[in-house]
Design a protein around this ligand. Structure first.
Ligand SMILES: CC(=O)N[C@H]1[C@@H](OP(=O)(O)OP(=O)(O)OC[C@H]2O[C@@H](n3ccc(=O)[nH]c3=O)[C@H](O)[C@@H]2O)O[C@H](CO)[C@@H](O)[C@@H]1O
Length: 387
C-alpha cells in the first residue's frame, strides 16, 4: 500500500509545473536576476516563470530589462520623485500582496538587499508562500552600513526558506545565524553569469573615443551613507589626481539620485578630462569596466564584476560585505577620506608592481554558472517539500 502511495505521488510530481515568481525593483537586482530569469525560461515543461518588478528605480531598471529582453508579467511602477524608504515599503508591500494573491506562485525568488527584496519577502510570508533568497548571507554586521541594505538582507534572511549563497563565507554567515545547512546552497554570484553575455571584443562608444589612449578611472558613487561630505571627499581626491596626471581621464556615469548629481556637478563639473555622463546601459558599463585602468566605486555589484575583468578596485566605503575580494587581493577598502583615496589611487597609478598584484589576483565570485546551480537546488527543494 505504501509503495502504491509513493508511486501515485511520483506521478503527481511529474505532472507538476512550479510557478516561480522572481521579484526585483532596482538596476543591480535586475542585472543579477536576469540570468536566472533566462535560466528559468529554459524549463517550460516544469517551471512557469513569472516576472514581477516593483520599479523602485524606473529608468535604470528598464535599461537592464531591455538589454536582456525580459518582459515583466507584473509591473508595480512604484517610483516617485524623492521617495522615502517608507514610501517604497508601503507601496511595495500593498502592491505585491495583491499580485501574490492573484498569481499564487509556489515560490518567490528575491535578490540581495534592496527595500524591494525585503518587502517582497514579507509579502510572500504574509501569503504563506516560500521564499528563495539569491545572493544570501552577505553581512557587514553593522546595521547602518550599508544603509538600509544590511538590515534588508538580514530581515530577508530571517524570512527566506532557501538561501543561495554566492561564496563559502556567505554560507558560513548563514550557518552562524542558525539557518539550516540543507537549506543553504553555494552557487557563485549571478553577476558573473551576466558578465559572460555582455562583454564584447569589438566595442566602441563616443566617450571611449574621447578617452583615447589615456588611462581611464571608472567611477561609480551613490550609496546613501556616502551622500554629503563623504562624497565630496571622494570627488576632491579624484579631481586632484586628474590635475596631477595628464594621462588619465575619469568616466563617471552619475546615479539618477538628485542628491548625488548636485555634488558631482559642484566638485567634478567643468573639467574636460572628467566625463560626467548618464548611467550607462549594463552592456556599456561592463565594456567600459573591461577597458578601464582602475575602478573606484561604492557599489556592491561592481566589486564582484571587476575581479573577473582583472581590474583593481578601490572601494569607497569603510566596510564591505565582500571580504573575499579583499582577501584575494583584487579589492582594497579605501574609505571615504580624501587623503586615503588619493594615496591609494596614486599608488596604483604610479607603482606598476602594486597595480599588477591587484590586477592578477583571482576572482572569488564564481564561474558564471550560478543561475544553473540555483535552478537545480530549487528543483530539489520544491520536490522535497511536495513529497
Ligand atoms: C553595497 C550594497 O549593499 N549594494 C547592494 C545593492 O547594489 P549595488 O551597490 O551593486 O548597486 P549599483 O546601483 O551600483 O548597481 C551595480 C550594477 O549596475 C551596473 N551599472 C553600474 C553603473 C552604470 O552606469 N550602469 C550599470 O549598468 C553594474 O555593472 C552593476 O551590475 O543592491 C544589490 C541588489 O540587491 C546588492 O547586490 C548589493 O549588495
Amino acid at each position: 500500500m505504501a509503495e502504491f502511495d509513493t508511486k501515485v505521488k511520483g506521478l503527481v510530481l511529474l505532472a507538476k509545473k512550479w510557478k516561480v515568481m522572481t521579484i526585483f525593483g532596482t538596476r543591480p537586482e535586475a542585472v543579477k536576476m536576469a540570468p536566472l530569469v533566462l535560466e528559468l525560461q529554459k524549463h517550460p515543461e516544469t517551471i512557469e516563470p513569472v516576472v514581477t518588478v516593483t520599479a523602485q528605480h524606473r529608468e535604470m531598471l528598464d535599461q537592464v530589462l531591455e538589454t536582456f529582453q525580459i518582459k515583466p508579467d507584473y509591473d508595480l511602477n512604484i517610483m516617485k520623485d524623492r521617495q522615502t524608504l517608507s514610501d517604497v515599503t508601503v507601496r511595495g508591500l500593498r502592491g505585491l500582496d495583491e499580485i501574490m494573491k492573484k498569481a499564487q506562485p509556489d515560490i518567490v525568488l528575491v535578490h540581495g538587499d534592496t527595500t524591494t527584496t525585503f518587502v517582497a519577502s514579507l509579502a510572500a510570508f504574509y501569503n504563506q508562500i516560500a521564499v528563495g533568497h539569491v545572493e544570501a548571507g552577505l553581512r557587514t554586521h553593522n546595521k547602518y552600513s550599508p544603509y538600509p541594505e544590511e538590515m534588508n538582507r538580514q530581515l530577508t534572511g530571517v524570512i527566506a526558506d532557501i538561501h543561495f549563497a554566492p561564496t563559502e563565507q556567505s554560507a558560513q554567515n548563514l550557518l552562524k545565524e542558525g539557518k539550516r545547512k540543507e537549506r543553504i546552497f553555494i552557487t557563485g554570484n549571478t553577476a558573473i553569469d551576466a558578465l559572460k553575455t555582455t562583454i564584447r571584443q569589438a566595442y566602441s562608444h563616443p566617450v571611449l573615443e574621447k578617452v583615447g589612449s589615456d588611462r581611464m578611472i571608472l567611477l561609480t558613487a551613490h550609496r546613501r551613507e556616502n551622500l554629503g561630505q563623504p562624497m565630496r571627499n571622494m570627488f576632491r581626491a579624484i579631481k586632484r589626481l586628474t590635475e596631477e596626471h595628464d594621462d588619465i581621464q575619469v568616466v563617471y556615469p552619475v546615479h539618477m539620485n538628485p542628491a548625488v548629481r548636485e555634488v558631482a556637478d559642484e566638485v567634478l563639473g567643468r573639467d574636460p578630462r572628467i566625463h560626467l555622463i548618464e548611467p550607462l546601459e549594463v552592456m556599456d558599463f561592463h565594456n567600459f569596466a573591461a577597458r578601464s585602468f582602475i575602478i573606484l566605486t561604492d557599489s556592491g555589484g561592481v566589486q564582484e564584476e571587476a575581479p573577473s575583468l582583472g581590474k583593481p578596485v578601490l572601494v569607497l566605503r569603510d566596510t564591505t560585505e565582500r571580504p573575499e575580494g579583499i582577501e584575494a587581493g583584487t579589492l582594497k577598502l579605501a574609505g571615504t577620506s580624501e587623503a586615503d583615496i588619493y594615496r591609494l589611487a596614486k599608488e596604483l597609478l604610479t607603482d606598476t608592481e602594486a597595480y599588477e598584484r591587484m590586477a592578477q589576483a583571482s576572482n572569488p565570485y564564481g564561474d558564471g554558472k550560478a543561475s544553473h546551480r540555483i535552478v537545480e537546488a530549487l528543483y530539489g527543494y520544491l520536490n522535497k517539500e511536495e513529497s
